[in-house]
Write a protein that binds this ligand. Structure first.
Ligand SMILES: Nc1ncnc2c1ncn2[C@@H]1O[C@H](COP(=O)(O)OP(=O)(O)O)[C@@H](O)[C@H]1O
Ligand SMILES: N[C@@H](CC(=O)OP(=O)(O)O)C(=O)O
Length: 447
């Protein structure tokens, strides 16, 4: 079994003790992937964010934490862990200090520093396991060869990484593996996208042909809707890979949406569980389940915008959509949906991605595609209903539309996913919380 423990599960000594108990509870928990500690005590920021803030000279954290303050927060976190867990220091803090003063520059510096949270946490956790009588071996990506592409801040896993990880198969002791980072063929440290320890866990599970990938966090499983907004929301016992991929790409931040790809191919189930409530079964993610309900989860993306274009016959012009998307690509802007019709198209994206880009983007679209009209609509929330049962009952779309109409909430956009297991409704951001609650009550709570 592979177990990944997220930042909240390894945030402080008390949490790390819970992790030790969970790992010690079953001999099958052989591969333990750990994140950087979650939030620090002084600023309540993730240690990874402090590390990026240090690397960017204080530009990363919005609430004006200086690079010096971040450095202190990182140092305090690790020295606190070493002290409370009674880890023999053996130069750990000296080596951390040296790393924090790296002479690297640019993206290499950001990636290297960002990786230090996982690096030092794994060292501390492996040492702590051994102190507590769990025979543990530390497997470092730079030594074992978790090989990544040279896109330093959003690296991709290379096939050789699987070959090297597979060497861990049959390992006698518990292998402690830092998540989120790896090494390029040139020997530089690179990181996966944010939340990437989930990805490391998935790659390990695939490589060692695990029977189960446990993903431990601070929630009882995947909830039907974000539990911070919809209080009545309950844990979903079973989800398919396709459903969780849709939900997590649309705002369910509990699990990285690319982390299940290899598990899905190899039919390795993923179990989302709570480190603070290990007796709860959590959510099981599988290739197949019985669709007892139409809508199983409702996700939401906030503060979106869409660019609306009108031009006669654009829907039938070969290459129009491709040309449009390549313009967004040029500015590094991620696009979400692009519903299209005979004479118009709308492209959904994050409002924040337009900041600083909108003038140039508009100029490029106007000169290259000569639209008759181009309008930008800001502050839209996209609510996504997902469930394999919808394939057999699309009348839930009518229920959703009627519920919003009855409550005087205008629909800005409606898009039915081609697999017929999702549909997306855009509403003004100001109505987002109410719309989510109303849709939850109508489509899920009615059960
Ligand atoms: N539908 C959902 N179900 C469960 N958690 C959700 C959902 N949507 C958003 N979340 C958030 O995801 C968080 C867990 O993911 P994450 O912050 O990555 O944890 P970790 O740091 O332990 O990896 C929860 O604390 C919760 O606030
Ligand atoms: N620490 C990294 C990687 C990660 O996966 O973290 P977490 O498990 O806390 O989401 C990040 O913050 O992006």
């Amino acid at each position: 079994m592979v177990c990944k423990f997220g930042g909240s599960s390894v945030e402080n000594a008390g949490q790390i003790e819970k992790v030790k108990n969970i790992v010690g509870d079953s001999k099958n928990r052989k591969y333990v992937v750990v994140s950087a500690p979650g939030r620090d005590e002084a600023y309540h920021q993730k240690i990874t964010d402090h590390l990026v803030n240090l690397a960017t000279n204080g530009k990363h954290l919005a609430k004006k934490v200086t690079a010096k303050e971040s450095k202190k927060a990182i140092f305090d976190k690790f020295s606190g862990l070493i002290e409370v867990l009674k880890i023999p220091d053996e130069g750990l803090l000296k080596s951390l200090e040296a790393d924090l003063n790296t002479s690297l520059e640019g993206e290499k510096k950001i990636a290297f520093l960002a990786s230090r949270g996982e690096h030092y946490n794994a060292k501390i956790i492996a040492a702590y396991f051994n102190l507590c009588g769990i025979d543990a071996t530390l497997w470092l990506p730079e030594e074992g060869g978790f090989l990544l592409s040279s896109d330093f801040l959003n690296a991709k896993v290379l096939p050789e990484a699987h070959v090297n990880l597979a060497k861990l198969k049959g390992c006698e002791s518990v292998c402690v593996i830092p998540g989120f980072y790896g090494v390029t063929k040139e020997g530089d440290i690179a990181v996966l996208s944010r939340g990437g320890s989930d990805l490391t866990g998935g790659e390990v599970a695939y490589s060692v042909e695990a029977v189960l990938y446990e993903n431990w966090s601070d929630v009882n499983g995947v909830y039907e809707a974000d539990p911070r907004i919809v209080k009545e929301s309950d844990v979903i016992p079973r989800l398919t890979f396709k459903e969780i991929r849709l939900l997590s790409s649309k705002g369910f931040n509990v699990f990285h949406f690319d982390a299940m790809n290899n598990c899905r191919k190899s039919n390795i189930p993923i179990n989302i569980r709570n480190t603070n409530r290990p007796s709860f079964a959590g959510t099981m993610i599988l290739n197949e389940r019985v669709p007892d309900e139409d809508v199983v989860g409702i996700a939401r993306l906030d503060h979106m915008a869409y660019i609306y274009l009108e031009k006669e016959g654009l829907g039938e012009t070969i290459g129009f959509t491709e040309g449009l998307l390549s313009i967004f690509n040029k500015y590094g802007i991620k696009t979400y949906h692009y519903p299209t019709d005979k004479d118009d198209i709308a492209v959904l994206l994050k409002k924040e991605d337009l900041a600083g880009n909108i003038n140039n983007l508009r100029a490029d679209i106007e000169s290259q595609l000569t639209p008759d009209a181009l309008e930008v609509v800001y502050d839209v929330a996209i609510i996504s209903m997902v469930g394999i049962g919808m394939k057999y009952n699309s009348s839930v779309i009518a229920d959703a539309v009627w519920t919003l109409k009855e409550n005087h909430i205008d629909i800005e956009m409606l898009d039915h996913g081609p697999a017929k297991i999702s549909f997306h409704i855009g509403v003004a951001q100001q109505h987002a919380d109410r719309a989510l609650e109303l849709l939850y009550k109508k489509l899920i709570l009615k059960k």
